[in-house]
Design a protein around this ligand. Sequence first.
Ligand SMILES: [Fe+2]
Length: 424
Amino acid sequence: MTIIIGINDSHDAAACIVKDGALVCAVSEERIQRVKSIGGFPANAIDACLDIAGLGRGDVDHVAFGSNKMSPFNLHNAFATLTVEDHIRIEEEYWQPVIYDGADVKLRDVLPDYKPAGILSYPLDDIPFAHMRELDDSISDRIHAMRREFAASFFGIEPANVHFIDHHTAHAYYAFVANPLRGREKDFLIVTGDAGATMRGLPPFPGAYLGNKADAASIAALAEHPLIRADYDMIADGTPDDVAHYLAAGEICAVFCDAMEFGPRALGHRSLLADASRPDSKERINNAIKKRDFWMPFAPAVLAERFDDYAINPKKGTATYMTMTFETTELARKHLAAALHPVDLSGRVQSVEKERSPILHAILKAFEARTGIGGVLNTSLNIHGKPIVMEPVQIATEILSADGIELNVLFIEGTLFVKKGTQP
Ligand SMILES: [Fe+2]
């Protein structure tokens, strides 16, 4: 048995495990640390992956990093830490003088009080908070050696078994493997995320449900949370049809089941669902739960067997991961209006297959039986600015505990939580 750990230690840090050539699990560090897009060595994500795979650090044979050079900017977690104002300042006070005036500015001078968010594992004391252009080769070499030695000692393996892959080769390979039109369409632009840089060199992607499952203790922690105990009725044997009932009645429903998704999209295992035929669903999710800007569009999840009723798909691309955008049909504009782009009415449709997503598929089937509509609005289970929830209790600690939240129905691994006073 050969165990390889794939690591992205840039921004959007993540880890995956490849066992005898097959991808078995993948987790992003942000989900555990609860800091969106956190970078650096993903020690927690690695341990979570080992836990899922039933392995220990000592079982690991090789480590593969999805980048060769690494900017201290990313090692110091600037991507997850800096505000919009910080970025504007960097443009005006760093890049503008550097590019246009040939000035020798240091990032540290622009942000003298910089402190990274989150817990970073690498020893960064002698690595300056700087952009690559400020470094001489000795610092770049030191960073490289530090990453190799840190990984080798973390797993107790020889430094020679730590490998570095050119970052953009990793992106290119990931794009090739994940291309929904591979072999059928040339000149096609694929955009890949950095967490996927963990996965270079893998056979066909086994699906996005690569993360943890909630254990009984974590589900109990939600059930026993004061906000739930005070305000929600618990129904132990809830069904997908119960969820469909509440969706059809206009409720926004939180759905939490099975293995967490890898990557930025919630695909029905850590999702908020709503009836997309109701024009107000979008505003209600934005205002009552997500607290995000009005212009950010949502996406529809539709039954695979109804996909062609809603999406115009002449190239027959696959739409399993909510990564492809489609023109939509007249019917979609009636059934799924709140989940389409408000300006051009396109949709980033997720096609939901029974084998891949049995719970979400069952909810959609039950919703179709009640309404005739073959899809719902599907958005990630989080509030704006936080990562998607990893454990059920975070629905209470992060979402329900925020101000002004109106989320009345939770369907958590078969248990239904309904806020008291909700229309039955
Ligand atoms: Fe990248």
